[in-house]
Design a protein around this ligand. Sequence first.
Ligand code: E4P
Length: 214
Amino acid sequence: MKFFIDTADINEIKKAQEVGILDGVTTNPTLVSKIGRPYREVLKEIAAAVKGPVSAEVIGVEYEAMIKEARELARLGDNINIKIPLIEEGLKAVKTLTAEGIKTNVTLCFNAVQALMAAKAGATFISPFVGRLDDISSEGMDVVEEILAIYNNYGFETEVIVASIRNPLHIKYAAMMGADIATIPFSVFKSIVKHPLTDKGLAQFLEDYKKIPK
Ligand code: E4P
């Protein structure tokens, strides 16, 4: 299972990289807006700092605009994939970009049939937003399970990125279901390794070590 970080903050990306288990980055316009610098400048910097895939989202919502923007964003780095919203025009764009060899991450997916459409269009990645579904009292992880079953039935190669992660349980269930990737906000990334019993046990070992005759 791959771990991506869901942020546009280069400092968070570097801190996550230091742990040594980071495989890629996802961004979106909301995340980049928090940085306070030009959109493409931020994306270019991230692409240069990361070895794995980096998702950069288009702002256009019509086919022609998305294609033009996607081609420009793809030039920001060899590892850039283009985030395309899951709308009809977006699916058309995915088909064209895939034929051109540009990787895509179809975003804002909220049900399994949408994900099926994205896979048929040739998406490299699909991003179901589990947290936003939980927020409206739907089971976000149920959608992930359904997508994985459908992709498995037909051998689609589109990789499933569990997105809009809010807590470590989303990551656990994603892994148990066999999702390809979890894209994790920095706050959750920092918390997943921690357990109070680990800290307590370590403190005890260090204390007891002092009692051993030197
Ligand atoms: C995914 O690629 C999105 O950037 C992200 O996971 C959205 O998460 P949010 O619902 O916390 O904004």
